[in-house]
Design a binder for this molecule. Structure first.
Ligand code: WQD
Length: 343
């Protein structure tokens, strides 16, 4: 009997890659998604890649009744990987209520419908909670700083809620994974990041510019205190990130240790500047990029990369893909979108 895992936001960028990793690891993923930031066609791609068409439920996690019915019909769900949330930093500043309502209600409904029952929960958190760390690489013991955006605040408060829930309810075993910067795509180039509108994140903008869909890339500032003046980030291949969720599930299943709440950094431990990433893209795809230096972007952290020793030592996980494969896979996905005229 396969262990059934509910994957909320399972047709999204990270969710779909995690569904594939769950299938490879012998789990039975059940997808819940309201398609607000994904496409039903991703389910066909998952089937094409894996030969399995996971159960899909078109539900809004903010609707407690819909979620309760799903859980009642799937009483053997042993774990939840919770991706479903709004995640655009800029949009969250303009529409904080939309972010607090959606990101908190969805998580609270999950906790409500599993009240009184055992649950292994893996929560999608973010390095955003660290703000600009005082020390680099930043470890899980670093202080959480005042969030720079309502989006970042939803991650911080969610982590605090989960800590309180775990402290009060020994039936819950919870891990928060603090992602650094997810990039790249599945080796099949059949799934990947599908930003709606003008990409806010660097790598999808780079690939769309390389494909001629966008104009030149604007590098948001080259006068920072970094080797070449542009910001530093810890980019992590989405397939490595997906694998970290399986490692977290397995740790929760072991029922080891006293604490039933923990936090792990999911990054490579290596930082790249924006200009180094642009160079890595050109070197690994053979595509020359057009870019220019523009003004700094408000709210940008200057430099952040993760101390990932705890994840390696306690999750038994570490990133396997380097920047070259991140760039190659991101470009292959963009070319797939172009060839198949997927907008
Ligand atoms: C990376 C770097 C930009 C676009 C995001 C999410 C955050 C978290 C981590 C989920 C920065 C620069 C970007 C462009 C540029 N994810 N840049 N030109 O800001 O680190 O954070 O990933 O939790 O929530 O927002 O990622 O890709 O937007 O920017 O120069 O056109 O690229 O200034 O230095 P960021 P990003």
């Amino acid at each position: 009997m396969k262990t059934k895992i509910l994957v909320t936001g399972g047709l999204g960028y990270i969710g779909s890659h995690t569904v594939l990793e769950l299938l490879c690891a012998g789990y039975e993923p059940v997808i819940a998604d309201n398609l607000s930031n994904s496409r039903i066609g991703i389910l066909d791609q998952i089937e094409m890649i894996s030969g399995v068409r996971p159960a899909f439920h078109y539900i809004d996690l903010c609707n407690e009744g819909q979620l309760a019915r799903l859980i009642a019909d799937n009483e053997d769900i042993a774990g939840v990987i919770h991706f479903a949330a709004h995640k655009a930093v800029g949009e969250s500043v303009a529409e904080p209520l939309k972010y607090y309502r959606n990101n908190f209600d969805s998580l609270l409904n999950i906790l409500k419908v599993f009240e009184g029952r055992r649950l292994n929960l893996v929560f999608s958190s973010s390095c955003t909670v660290y703000g600009q760390p005082d020390e680099l690489p930043v470890s899980e013991a670093a202080p959480v700083k005042k969030a720079e955006s309502p989006y970042g605040n939803t991650k911080q408060v969610a982590e605090e809620m989960l800590q309180d829930i775990a402290a009060a309810d020994s039936l819950k075993r919870i891990i928060s994974l603090r992602y650094f910067n997810p990039v790249g795509a599945h080796a099949s180039a059949l799934i990947g990041e599908l930003p709606s509108g003008v990409p806010q994140n660097l790598v999808p903008y780079v690939t769309q510019s390389a494909a001629g869909k966008r104009g030149p890339i604007t590098v948001f500032g080259d006068d920072y205190d970094t080797p070449d003046g542009s910001c530093i980030r810890d980019y992590i291949h989405v397939v490595d990130l997906a694998a970290a969720h399986i490692a977290a599930l397995k740790l929760l299943e072991k029922q080891e240790g006293t604490s039933n709440y923990d936090v792990f950094n999911i990054g490579t431990g290596t930082g790249y500047t924006v200009l180094e990433l642009i160079r890595a893209f050109e070197e690994n795809t053979g595509v020359k990029l057009n870019y220019h230096i523009g003004p700094r972007r408000a709210g940008d952290i200057v430099k952040v990369w993760g101390d990932v020793r705890k994840s390696t030592q306690q999750l038994g996980w570490q990133a396997k893909h380097g920047i070259a494969e991140m760039m190659r896979s991101a470009w292959a996905w963009e070319q797939y979108l172009q060839t198949n005229d997927i907008k």
